[in-house]
Design a protein around this ligand. Structure first.
Ligand code: GLC
Ligand code: CA
Length: 563
């Protein structure tokens, strides 16, 4: 397997609006990020992925871009961004920018032009269709509720928006659109950015004719994914992007790709013939929703460890030697990992460390989402008024006002799944507003900031934060953590997730108790060794422990080197 810097990296994701506010307006900003770079340097991460900082009316917090070549004034100016890049590079940290090119804002100059007349030169930058029988051109549902089509009165046609109506989809069939995007990518790369995270990049190619989605529920609009996810021209576009842009730079590229199979992932991430370094797949994010639910956000069920093992093992094994995995347990669209996959009550610290161990010891590039390294948890605002996320607010309105669901039941789902769980401000200290801002934050801080915060974590040698730091360090010192072959053991155990990592001359054993119980771990006999060294653990461990037979403590995690 080829060795590359982006395989050996640990990426830290910043959602700028919620990270650190430097000027008291309640909104995180670029100077806020600059003020925390030493913190990131000490944590040991060597790449930062910035969620969008481009000019945007913020219908979807920056994922609706109105100018690809300028910074959102609330976040600062281009000069602040240049300084951020310089200060990051000075500390050996690379910068990956978000690339949102499935859609723009409806306030982007291209769209402002496009909607003026049917023969405007920019009309064909977007996807326009006439009404069908006086209604939308097809039955597709938007990810953010309602129809994926918006009627535009001035020209009497509908435009497609898979997300909000302020996020019209770009028409990738138009070579001028593609050329504009490639130019823009060159522009940022020439400024020195070190890569891109590509927003819903596997939705850029829509099936010809935009056929109706199959009707699977009694709802008015239906999920049309089969006609726009992994569409017919996707690989052609990615190929062109690679040839025209990416192949000219040594960069990290990661595609956000819902509903992707390992076969697609191998096509896209293959080192010789692929297009991107790695993808964000979603299978493990769907384990706590009913299978086939119209929206995994509106559905909750307990997840099962056997399913997690099965999904992760398939991704590990299928991509081994053929592609490359990205590893993540949370991001700005997902609930907090410790609340979802661990235990955010009594065993918050232990289970957050267990999840960290899991994240860092699989094969792939780990992504740490801001606040995860101190074990930030989900939030449960009592009123929908306190939520800010467009997806959450639209979903509430649709379920409560249109479908007549019980508001308390809908709120319970929101508490478990809302994207705002990840978007409450980073908890820096126990002071007012968690040290995030001297003003009023754009979204309320999680009330648990008095006990869960960075200042506390820095002061406590046993904190989750220091544990992340040690894991990141271990990864730098042990190539086996990056490159070793993954082998699941005890595949039928419902509480313990254990695996080995192997290189020709080295082997690791990872033992993870994903439960609040005290199960017995019995090492399968075929795993021979004569001695073992503990690399890391989340409880005090006796060197004399017999690792062939261990009674594990709640959420206990241990990593051994076998000799
Ligand atoms: C991606 C982003 C999400 C955004 C959506 C539309 O899924 O991660 O935050 O709302 O795309 O751009
Ligand atoms: Ca600010």
């Amino acid at each position: 397997m080829k060795k590359t810097w982006w395989k050996e990296s640990v990426v830290y994701q910043i959602y700028p609006r919620s990270f650190a506010d430097s000027n008291g307006d309640g909104i995180g900003d670029l100077r806020g990020i600059i003020s925390k770079l030493d913190y990131l340097k000490d944590l040991g991460v060597n790449v930062v992925w910035l969620s969008p900082v481009y000019r945007s009316p913020n219908d979807d917090n920056g994922y609706d871009i109105s100018d690809y070549r300028d910074i959102m004034p609330e976040f600062g100016a281009l000069a602040d961004w240049e300084e951020l890049l310089t200060e990051m590079h000075r500390r050996g940290i690379k910068l990956v920018m978000d690339l949102v090119v499935n859609h723009t804002s409806d306030e982007h100059p291209w769209f402002i032009e496009a909607r003026k007349s049917r023969d405007n030169p920019y009309r064909d930058y977007y996807i326009w269709r006439p009404a069908r029988d006086g209604r939308e051109p097809n039955n597709w549902q938007s990810f953010f509720s309602g129809s994926a089509w918006q009627y535009d009165a001035p020209t009497g046609e509908y435009y497609l928006h898979l997300f909000s109506r302020k996020q019209p989809d770009l028409n990738w069939e138009n070579p001028r659109v593609r050329a504009e995007i490639y130019d823009m990518m060159h522009w940022w790369l020439k400024k020195g950015v070190d890569g891109f995270r590509m927003d819903v990049i596997n939705m850029i190619s829509k099936a010809p004719g935009l056929p109706d989605a199959p009707v699977t529920s009694g709802e008015r609009y239906q999920f049309g994914g089969r006609y726009f996810v992994n569409g017919p021209r996707l690989l052609e576009y990615l190929d062109e992007m690679k040839r025209t842009v990416l192949s000219h730079y040594d960069v990290l590229t990661v595609g956000e790709t819902p509903l992707v199979s390992t076969a697609h992932a191998i096509d896209i991430t293959n080192e010789e013939t692929g297009h991107l370094n790695m993808l964000f797949q979603f299978e493990h994010m769907d384990l706590d929703a009913e299978p086939g639910a119209a929206s995994s956000r509106a559905s909750i069920r307990p997840w099962r460890l056997l399913d997690l093992k099965q999904v992760m093992t398939r991704w590990q094994k299928d991509l081994e030697g053929h592609g490359w995995n990205s590893l993540y347990l949370s991001n700005h669209d997902q609930p907090r990992a410790v609340s979802r996959f661990g235990n955010d009550g009594r065993y918050r610290v232990e289970s957050a460390k267990l999840l960290a161990t899991f994240l860092h010891t699989l094969q792939g590039t780990p992504y740490v989402y801001q606040g995860e390294e101190i074990g930030m948890t989900n939030v449960a605002f009592e009123s929908i008024e306190d939520y800010r996320d467009i997806e959450t607010c639209n979903m509430y309105r649709e379920y409560v006002e249109e479908r007549g669901y019980d508001p308390q039941a809908v709120l319970a789902t929101i508490h478990a799944k809302s994207r705002d769980n990840a978007r409450t401000p980073v908890q820096w200290d126990a002071g007012a507003q968690a040290g995030f801002t001297s003003g009023t934050p754009w979204i309320k801080v999680n009330p648990n900031y008095r006990t869960i915060n960075v200042a506390q974590a820095l002061a406590d040698p046993d904190s989750i934060l220091h544990y992340y730091r040690r894991l990141i360090q271990l990864r730098k010192e042990n190539p086996i953590i990056v490159y070793g072959r993954y082998e699941l053991i005890l595949d039928a155990d419902e509480q313990v997730y254990a695996y080995t990592r192997t290189l020709p001359d080295d082997r690791l054993l990872v033992i993870l108790n994903f439960s609040a119980d005290t199960p017995v771990f019995a090492l399968p006999g075929h795993i021979g060794f004569s001695a073992h060294d503990l690399l890391i653990a989340n409880y005090p461990v006796e060197p004399s422990d017999d690792i062939r037979l261990l009674t594990l403590r709640p959420y206990e995690a241990r990593v051994y080197r076998l000799r």
